[in-house]
Each structure stands twice: as C-alpha cells, then as structure tokens.
Design a protein around this ligand. Sequence first.
Ligand SMILES: [Cu+2]
Length: 700
Amino acid sequence: MQEVDRVRLTSRDRVRLTRRDMLRLTIGGAGMFVLTSSCLAVTSGVGSGGGPLYIEAFPTSPLVLNPFNESLPLPKLAAPVPKSVVDTWDSPPGPDNQAFVKGAGPFSHQLWPGTAPVADYPLPLVYHINLEVAPHDFTSSLVQPIDSSGKDVAPPGSDNARPRKLPSSTIYGFDGRFPGPMINAEYHNPVLVRFENHLDQDNGLPRQDFGAPNFSFLTHLHNGHTASESDGNPAQGYQRFSPLGRLDHRAAYEPGEWVDNLYLGYPAGGDDREKQSFFWFHDHVHGHTGADVYKGMVGLMPLYDPKIDRGDETDPSGLQLPGRRTDNPDGSFSVDYDIPLVFYDTALDDGVTPHKDAHTGTGETHPEWWGMTYFRHLPNHGFVGDLFTVNGKAFPVLEVKRRKYRLRFLDASISRIYEFQLMQSSGGYKSARSLGLNGDELQGQYRLPDGRQCMQLVEVACEGGLLPNPIVRDSFELWPAKRREFVVDFTRYMGGDLTSPGDEIYLVNIMKMTTGRLWDSADPNYKVPVLKIIIGDDPPETDVSVIRPALRDVPPLVAGATGAMNDKSVPTFELQRGSTKADPEFEWLINGKPFDPANPQITVKKESEAVWRIRNGGGGWVHPLHLHMEEHRVVARNGTLAPDARHPDDTGKEDVVALDPSEDVLISRRFRTFVGPYVAHCHNLIHEDHSMMFAWEIVP
Ligand SMILES: [Cu+2]
C-alpha cells in the first residue's frame, strides 16, 4: 500500500484540471486519476493486485431549495404486542426459543426473568419489528440539480436544469422506517424484540448497490448490558452460524429468519450507578455494517429509570428532568418535552459520479438512480455526506413551547463528527453556493453567515447515562454512535433576555469535516444550520422541571486503575492504518490484526474487572472506538487523569472512546452477568467494515 500512499491526495488537494492536464499527469506517473462531473480530479487507489481499489469521487447532492419548511419528524412510538396475540404465534418467545435459523437450533436465552439476578423481574413486554425494504423521502422541497462548482446542471437523461422533486430513496428499515420505531423502555421492566427478516421483498423498489448482499441483518442494541446471543455482534454471529458454513455477512439472520433480542433492563451488577439512559439499535452485519446503517437500519430506545428518572418532572421523588409522561393502556408510555435528535449525513447520486469500488471495480455511473442515496463501500478514509439530516429529514423545523426541554442527541452517521451550537441570526441562512463556495465547501448546503451563539445547553447525560453533575456547554462535539443529552431552557437567551413567540433559533454545526479522516482546520465561517427551532407559546402547564446540581454517582474505578497509567503490561489495543495479506480491502487493523471471530484477542472471566489501554496508533485519523457489553470510565488520557478540559463529561461513563490523533486512553471496565463472544470496533463504520474490530470473550 506504500505506493498508493505516495499518490494519495486528500480532498483538500483536489485540483481543477483539464483533460489535457489529466493525460499529462497520468503519463507522468503521478498516479491514477478520475474526473468528477465538474472536472475535479481525484486520486484512485490501486489495490495490491493492480486493480482499482477505491475511487475518491463523491457526488454533489442537489440543493434543497426551500429548507426549514418541514416539521421535525419524531420517531413512531413502538407498541408492545398484546400477550393474547403473542400466545397465538406459531413460535412464541420463551427461554428456549431465542431465534429461528434455518437448519439449526433451538437456541436459548442465558437469563430469563424469574431467575437470579432478575428473579423479581416481570416477563418481557414483547415487540415485533420487521426488517423491510421501503421508500424514504429526505425532503418534500423541490431540489435544484447542481454540480460541484455549485452551478445549475441538467442531470444525465434530462433535457433541462430546472428544479424538480427529489425521488424517494430506498431504505432497509425497522418496520420500513428511518429512523425506525422508538421503544421507550424502563429499568426493571424487560423488553423482548422479535426482529424478523423480510428484506427479500423489494416491493418494486430499486435496491441499488449497497447493503448486505444476502439481505441479512444483525441488530445490535448499542450499548445494552445484553447477553451475547441477544447482542447482535459479529463474533457471536460467527459462533452461531459458522457450524452451518455461514461466514462473514452470511453469519447473520437471512430472509425468513428471526431472532428474539432480550433487553432485560438490568443494570450491570444490579448497581443503580450503572444505569444508562439512551440506547439506539442498529445493524451489525460483518463487512456491511456501514452500508446497512446508511441504508436505514437505525432505531431508538430511550431507557428510563423508575427510581429517579422516569420521564415525569412532576414527581419530586425523582430528578425532575424535563418530561411529562403518559402511560398508555398497552404498556408503553410517551414523554413530552423529551425529544430525540438523530443526525445522519447522506450523499445523493448526481448520476455522473462513478459508483463501484473494490466490489466490482468497473466505475460505472447510474443516472437512473439520480437523487437517491449514494454510498461508497470503501472510501479512503470514511464516508461523509454533503446533506445533513435530523430524524431523517433535511433542514427540519422544531416548534417548542416556552419552557425547558430534554434533547437527546445521537450521531448515526457513518463517519461524520459534528460540533453543535445554538445560534441566532439577523440575516438568515444563505446557500453555500450563493456565497461563492464550491467543491467540499458545499457540504451542508447552507450557511448562517452572521450566526452568533444565543443559548447554552446543560449536559445531563452522555452515552453512559446521567452524569454525576450537569455541565454547562457553549458547544459540544458529537462523534459517531455517541449520545449526549441536554436540557435547554427556551424561555430566555444566554444574556438574560426573554424569548418571544416567533423567535427563531438554529442548531448549527460548526465542525468542518470534508473527509472521513478527521476535522479540517478550524474555519470560523463554517456555520451550517441543520435544525430551525421556533419559539412557540407558553406551555399549557407549569414547567416544574429542574436541573439539580447532583444527578447520579458513577461506579468506582476498578482496583489499581490510576496506578496503571504507566503500566505497560495492561491489555492494550492499538488502532492502526495497515494492510494484511488476508484481503486487500482490510486497511484498518487493531494490534496489527484484522477481525478474526475465531480467535478472540482477549478472554476475560465473568465477574472480573480490568484496566484496558486504547491507543490511536496514528496521527492522521481519529477513531471512535466502541466496546460492547458494559460501560467503561475513562481513567486517563495521554497520562493525565480524567477529566481533561476537552472531555468534561469524562466524569461519567461511556461506550465510545473518542480517540484524537495519537491519543492514549486508559479505561476501567467490568464484565458481569453474561458470558459469550463480544466485539470492540471503530464506529467510523468504514473502518469497522475494513477490519478495525476485534473479538473478545467472557468465559465462566
Ligand atoms: Cu476508525
């Protein structure tokens, strides 16, 4: 791969060239180039076999002409299946009926309610979610086809450059939705979800060229304290499916198969301090996780704590975080003023950007897929789109009452890291192209040129659940797979002035990231509005929510954690750019090895604890390293005890280690309740799918 590296250019090195220049460069041996629609030259990687491995060309999405005109969609609340109906199923859930796999089974649950340590837990509420092929619209606005210089262009096959309706994209979704249904769950109240594969039915929709080729799924509840068989991870998939000769993407549930994932709502160790508060579930098929997540396999599961955080601000025995709870007759409940925000960036096909990479390598274009989601399985660094969506819509609007809200942020993007701030503007938003920007500077499509911060956000939870103490933030980063929860008071601005009905506020992304490698250098003019918030009326009831100075204690660090800072003998996992003979596509390794589910990199004993070191072995990339099974606490970063100024919420727990270039992070973790195979992997899903993942196992 060294030869390739010499000619590899970053997107910032892209240069406008004529075809004559291209010819000269190619003859001169400066490397392979391809031309994008606007004659932007980009490098084309060469695999060890000499064939094209990847082409760093991405389409320019059409411009959404009327942004901020559609309401922010809220995920549909999932409803449990009545027991009277479940009892009529051919194969109802039970302790020894965990999955249906053709030619195999039966499979059992490790732990079923009624057995210690969940002896006093009720039987699970049963949900039924089908994996389905469905259409999805990112906007109802007309769109203007543009090229990478921002100019109007006629799409291939069209005789004009006029605005037009955006075609539906095809998703593989939980119940055919993106984001999928939202399960509101509670600790001490188990949930069982039967995920059933119907992805063989295309419903007449074009599937395009990405997604697991056998239409399989493997649903992971990120980061549930979940038994291995319900965890939906590729190491467990290997254990279950390899005896059938099903490896890689075949080590997952294919059409006609189903699995009952049991989410017990049991905090690790029975310790209230281990409780979490906001899960999401997503696909995890080996080698196609990125493609399947990008294709829509994303669902939400906020998790409430009946003791102190049950979604009811009127209950003085709890923390009284913002939320008004309604219990439904079917056993589900909804919570007002508690809003999930799922961030996902996409690129839409312009019909002229070559499609294929290592998988077929012919570089053809697909004008018939114009305006639909475009994916590249193996880009050089990661996959970043140029159209930013929230809850599946581009540029939505959220109208809020004049009161406090709880906002739950999730980055469901493949590679993109965001930094968000709440801003006001006098001049309003402008299209990036109207500001004279082009190329990668068009990413995000709109800018808020005079945007200035107008509100702070109070962080109350990260992906590990409630923080020990709230943290006031002017802005915050959101890395792939991470969650962060905030209370925002929409009654007043940070200067103290009261808000008025009709006031407009924007949630703005201020982190420029034009490749999947890491952020670009800081650009004070990069202010991309992604969500418009309109202040509405006063709420019908008095806002009695509060932000208490103390939220929830964290569990102690494991014994000897701080003393291990300079201990070279602690298990160390170094994330590296590298290659192996195993597969020319494996470009991302951990401890020099690709993912090998048959050989766990480490085995640990159930009910044990450990200090692990997670290290970014390179200076050129960042990696969000996700560890399944239990939350960890950060002990130290680069030899300095946590928290540091850059990571104030290292006071809490987390399940994704945000690794800056060359960063060395010591973490404290435990392994309780369950046994079996688990994984840890980079959540830049391009890196994961190209082998930045390792298997590990808990044994009795
Ligand atoms: Cu990575």
